[in-house]
Ligand binder design. Structure first.
Ligand code: AMP
Ligand code: GLY
Length: 426
């Protein structure tokens, strides 16, 4: 069997989960991660290279005979890392899992994504897109809408670019702040205004080689910092897979109305796409609508999706790279997986770092995926907002959650916070 040297890009819990799964693969030879964290270091070789330092990544790829690159976060994809590989004669035979810049625009520009959905009749909220020159049209568009008003910065804004307001005057003021005062910098030089959809959200993940696709287990993420889904938005405080309300009938509708037209739309538009596609959905009554596309896996959803995939991940990714995903039969673990994220005091605003993490288990039936962690003289210290995600399996999500919480009780660091109500709404 062909053996692969694999490089994973990123440093979060998602990337630790990728390394954890790839390390179990018969097809993995040597595993590298850039830059990684204290958790990945136990499974792979951490390379001290930033995810957007393409030249340094190129050198590392050549030096370490890398056969496959798996991109975790969206940033390098939107910045064109895949194109960089294709345009370099030393790198262009090394497959990258993650779309080229054009495909990554599905996440990099809300307007591009909405126009794509509209062109391919993919259900999504009604919208208009406005530039500073067209601000008067933007005001008029808001006036003919019903509250709440949804304003989205077109570009990447570190998850902060969406504002939802009840008051029309506030909405107009924010539109002007975004367009004229560059509230989110370049990201808000265009603003998408959307109809508000009311419902429950879930995340759908697809792996595609550009021709074939596999729909991975769905998950539900808990984005708000506070219990009962209150307070500021975060990267995600916990996740559950499968999603109990996404039954077979609902899944079939998602396939037919959303996943298939999305993959076909990419083909029709000549948008090459090799990699993961994360479709953020909202269920309004019984109908799924697309809230957004992301061109990567979710974090912390990956920490519940990968543990439910029984296939060899390196084999699946290699099949993706060579256009043979049709030969892969997805095998899914029936049990539920849950993850609960522990964060640093202050997160998602300015947060503390450098706190010693105590009680990390050496072996348990649950898995601790590390995110913002670093090694220091034999100790593991906090080094980010989201610090760890504790994943467990169980016969249902309640049993799995119990396992996650039982392990979390034993782990501690100064200022540690986690939501005690993951799964409360299921
Ligand atoms: P996005 O970055 O587009 O995923 O938006 C961030 C969050 O804002 C989503 O996860 C939803 O909770 C919320 N949101 C975005 N668009 C809408 C919409 N049209 N209606 C209701 N909520 C929305
Ligand atoms: N958990 C949501 C995301 O990865 O964007």
């Amino acid at each position: 069997m062909k053996k692969l040297n694999i490089l994973v890009l990123g440093s979060g819990g998602r990337e630790h989960a990728f390394c954890w799964k790839l390390a179990q693969s018969k097809m993995t030879d040597r595993l590298f991660v850039a830059p990684g964290n204290a958790g990945t270091k136990a499974l792979a070789t951490n390379l001290d290279i930033g995810i957007n330092d393409f030249d340094a990544l190129k050198n590392a790829v050549i030096q370490n005979n890398i056969d496959l690159v798996v991109v975790g976060p969206e940033d390098p994809l939107v910045n064109g890392i895949h194109d960089f590989f294709l345009n370099n004669d030393k790198l262009n035979k090394i497959p990258v899992i993650g779309p080229q810049k054009l495909g990554a625009t599905l996440e990099g520009s809300k307007e591009f994504a909405k126009d794509f959905m509209s062109r391919h009749n993919i259900p999504t909220a009604q919208y208009g897109s406005f530039t500073p020159e067209k601000i008067q049209d933007g005001y008029a568009f808001l006036e003919q809408m019903k509250p709440p008003y949804v304003l989205k910065a077109d570009g990447l804004a570190a998850g902060k670019g969406v504002l939802i307001m009840n008051d029309l005057d506030n909405a107009k003021k924010e539109l002007s702040n975004m367009l004229l005062n560059k509230k989110f910098g370049k990201a808000s030089s265009k603003v998408v205004i959307e109809e508000f959809l009311s419902g429950i959200e879930l995340s759908c993940f697809v792996l595609t080689d550009g021709k074939n696709h596999v729909t991975l287990p769905m998950a539900k993420d808990y984005k708000r910092i506070g219990e009962g889904d209150t307070g500021l938005n975060t990267g995600g405080m916990g996740a559950v897979s499968p999603v109990p309300f996404a039954d077979q009938k609902f899944y079939n509708v998602i396939q037919k109305n959303i996943v298939e037209p999305t993959i076909e739309g990419l083909k029709k538009d000549n948008i090459p796409y090799v990699g993961f596609l994360f479709i953020g959905l909202i269920r309004v009554e019984d109908t799924p609508y697309v809230i957004e596309y992301n061109v990567r896996m979710g974090d912390p959803e990956t920490q519940v999706v990968l543990p439910r995939i029984k296939n060899d991940l390196a084999e699946m990714l290699y099949a993706t790279a060579v256009g043979k995903l049709d030969e892969v039969e997805l095998l899914v673990e029936k049990k539920s997986a849950t993850t609960v994220v522990a964060v640093s005091r202050g997160y998602p605003e300015a947060y503390e770092k450098g706190k010693i993490i105590n009680g990390l288990p050496s072996s348990t039936s649950s898995t601790v995926f590390q995110a913002g962690t670093t090694n220091n003289e034999g100790e593991i210290l906090t080094n980010g907002g989201r610090v760890i995600a504790v994943t467990s399996l169980g016969d249902d999500h309640k049993k799995a959650l119990k396992n996650s919480y039982n392990l979390l009780y034993k782990i501690s660091f100064e200022g540690m916070y986690y939501r005690k109500d993951i799964g409360f709404d299921l």
